[in-house]
Design a protein around this ligand. Structure first.
Ligand SMILES: *[C@@H]1O[C@H](CO)[C@@H](O)[C@H](O)[C@H]1NC(C)=O
Ligand SMILES: *[C@@H]1O[C@H](CO)[C@@H](O)[C@H](O)[C@H]1NC(C)=O
Ligand SMILES: *[C@@H]1O[C@H](CO)[C@@H](O)[C@H](O)[C@H]1NC(C)=O
Length: 368
């Protein structure tokens, strides 16, 4: 499923005029935003519909009741009742929400390619940092798609101008949870040596991907860490008493710690690289520890699903769903609600060191 953005030759004068108008419109849209573009990579926490284009994949959410609180109650492929975390992060940067899924821009018109000037979302539910995780669009493939888009953009605007725009753009990455699930599925009682070696591999593979993006012109990285995946309805449903599965949280914490030092050392190697790591772990853990403080009612079971804690099946059309969605931590067996994504977006964008280090996303956007 190799896809390329087909670029049509600019033959007639009226087309040139059309594109100048589109470029002006793209520039105006960018002027309203605080960054020229946002490019998004990762898994289902960031996917806004790429998987809709994957024939035969079951890692999809483009059907009800997903999207029930999205404008016009539209299921878009987001694993949420409304927006997801990257939608809110993009909106803090001045965009309406996440840019469109890359596969909705591929093989389309020049107009669609130009939309890529304001960003694109390459994330794919089910994928991980490691190419061996899942069977959807791997991180390596997502970066190849970005490279195709970058080349297309350079056919419209000068190479140096493209690099200038990319250096001011934000590259958002949210991944790692699926790698940990895959590791746990193979071995649910790993010893210290196995854990350390797995985490080292994840962190060094993350570094490899960041370097690839840097090589394509990325400079500003907004990274979202792994949430306490041992406490989501799916994992609780595996525990006889519905408790959290501690080893999954330990793996997430271990990875998040390794990611911090890996990024710190990387930023001293790569000239001009800047980053912020937003902690979905801190946000979600804070809510689980004290739901009442922020007025949430249900932090164990999913709003939409089936079976124990609504965590044994995805949010498929015949699943049951709750009405008080703003009081739930989890929308489905694995993903947070619109309300929690909004809170996480706020904490990561504007929050203190507890929620984003070494700077928050707002400071990342504002840095020259
Ligand atoms: C784009 O076109 C290529 C080659 O024609 C095809 O293999 C690919 O599936 C198409 N991608 C999409 C998203 O339609
Ligand atoms: C961890 O498990 C592996 C087998 O998977 C074994 O070879 C190794 O000796 C164990 N290490 C410790 C410290 O128990
Ligand atoms: C919902 O549909 C799936 C198949 O799509 C089926 O396996 C499941 O049993 C159904 N659940 C209920 C509660 O009807």
């Amino acid at each position: 499923m190799d896809s390329t953005v087909r670029v049509l030759p600019l033959r007639c004068r009226h087309l040139v005029l059309l594109f100048s108008a589109l470029l002006a419109a793209a520039a105006a849209a960018a002027a309203a935003a605080n960054v020229p573009a946002v490019y998004i990579f990762g898994d289902s926490t960031a996917d806004v519909g790429n998987n809709n284009y994957l024939a035969g994949s079951n890692a999809k959410a483009n059907f009800p009741h997903n999207g029930i609180d999205f404008p016009n109650s539209r299921p878009t492929g987001r694993f949420s009742n409304g927006y997801n975390g990257v939608d809110f992060l993009a909106s803090h940067m001045g965009f309406r929400r996440s840019p469109p899924p890359y596969l909705s821009l591929a093989n389309k018109t020049n107009h669609q390619v130009l939309k890529g000037l304001a960003g694109a979302n390459f994330a794919s539910g089910g994928s991980g940092i490691l190419d061996s995780t899942g069977s959807t669009i791997t991180m390596t493939k997502q970066i190849q798609y970005f490279s195709i888009l970058q080349t297309s953009i350079m056919t419209y605007i000068a190479t140096d101008r493209t690099y200038q725009l990319l250096s001011k753009s934000i590259f958002l990455i949210s991944s790692g949870g699926n790698d940990i699930f895959a590791f746990f599925t193979k071995n649910n009682t790993p010893n210290r040596t196995e854990i350390d070696s797995f985490i080292a591999t994840l962190a060094s593979t993350y570094e490899y991907h960041i370097k690839a993006l840097y090589g394509l012109g990325a400079r500003k990285f907004g990274i979202v860490d792994v949430a306490p995946i041992g406490c989501c309805p799916y994992t609780r449903s595996l525990h006889p008493a519905g408790a959290c599965i501690d080893i999954l949280n330990e793996l997430a914490l271990g990875f998040n710690t390794a990611l911090k030092s890996q990024m710190q050392s990387l930023s001293s190697q790569l000239q001009g690289m800047k980053y912020s790591i937003g902690s979905s772990y801190a946000v979600v853990w804070g809510i689980i520890r004290d739901p009442n403080a922020l007025g949430y009612k249900e932090v164990k079971s999913a709003c939409c699903g089936a079976g124990k804690l609504n965590g044994q099946s995805g949010c498929i059309p015949n699943a049951t769903y709750c009405s008080e969605r703003h009081l739930y931590l989890f929308w489905d067996l694995l993903h947070p609600t619109h309300a929690i994504s909004k809170l996480a977006g706020m904490a990561i964008y504007h929050g203190s060191q507890q929620f984003a280090t070494p700077i928050n996303f707002k400071q990342l956007v504002e840095q020259n």
